[in-house]
Write a protein that binds this ligand. Sequence first.
Ligand code: EPZ
Length: 418
Amino acid sequence: MSKYIINNDDRAPELKGAVKVQGSKNGALPLIAAAALTDGEVVLKNCPDILDIENMLRIFESLGGKSERRGKELRLKMEYMNSAEISSALAGELRSSVFMLGAILSRVRQATVAYPGGCDIGLRPIDLHLKAFREMGVKIRDKYGFIRCDASNTHAADIDLDYPSVGATENVMMLAAGTPGVTTVKNAAREPEIAALQKLINLMGGHISGAGTSIVRIEGSDKFRGAETAVDFDRIVAGTYMTAVTLCGGEVMFEGADGEQLTALISKLKDTGAEIICSDKGIKISSSGNPKAVGSVETGAYPGFPTDLQAPFGALAAASSGSTVIIENIFETRFKYLAELTKMGASVKVKDRVAVLNGKRLCGAEVKAMDLRGGAALMVAGLKASGVTVIENARHIARGYEAPEEVLGALGANIVKV
Ligand code: EPZ
């Protein structure tokens, strides 16, 4: 089992230099699903080379698709969908396997998908996905751990999501794209990944508008062609490393990062005393390495403070001067990393979805990544902690971060993966 070792024997180095931010995991995953809408070739440029993408490609290929990676470019082709079933083994590996449902139903009108189940950060229900599909006429039998869908008589509908779910918005967009008539999704998610999916489907011959607002309108098309698009920068990876620079001090230019997609984080990092300049080249952040506590952080749907940056920000708060209240509104068990931070000397109190952190000097320790972003938080904390930090279960971090040891090492950190 691989692990990261961060060695700050004498002192935690400042981070200096430039990072070309990797492509977005959460941007690329639905684009791979959308490639199943057509028998033509779909090319995704700037696609990150990470475990979750590998697992999504295994699902894509299990349905009959072909994929070929040329560096950061992914060539996808589902000439024939010769299976419409996603096994529990594959669905269990990747929760976003459920994003394939809309595309499969759009293409072949039948699908059997194993319940993706929960993961390390919560129950992860899919009731909003299924409720919307039923409103579009999909017949669904969900029992024995499988969801069997018959979409032979789907129709357009006006969907009103109870919560602006990213996955449910994306799934409905893909089913509605291949369903005659005009479907609207109200209370749609507004994440940048929704606009990226709209852009690709429209390049493939679809007619979608409104992505980025809370009302998305999808006019069904009966045929899709191949297309090419570039995956946007990963705002969560960029945000993670920005918290690391704020904590360790130094100056880093995040090339290709769009500050407009990180306004909530940038506002909080400025409150800690970091200086941040956004331009069309990217985001430049400089910090003294003595961040002040910001009082409170509350996660919310985009453009609110991203739940995916709650853990990295918690690591920053754990070593900032003063106390910080963190409220996690999205997922019910996204504080597991805090128990690991206490091994490094963090002073933490947790009750339900509220954590209070009193900033302390952190010391290296042997800690365990329990999930993707919690693991990233331990990496951020280890970059600042004195002494040696060993992070077990590195595979959790590898699900979403491309070679963090190379990225951070190039900025001056003493980190290796073994
Ligand atoms: C996407 O997950 C992201 N994953 C998550 O990133 C991200 O944390 C989340 O959106 C919120 O921004 C991908 O894009 C692959 P949701 P998703 O549906 O679509 C509840 C990471 O670390 N809900 O917006 O699964 C749900 O329980 C991952 O990169 C229902 O109740 O998130 C949660 O409380 C983690 N019923 C809230 O909505 C449903 O049918 C937000 O979930 C669906 C969701």
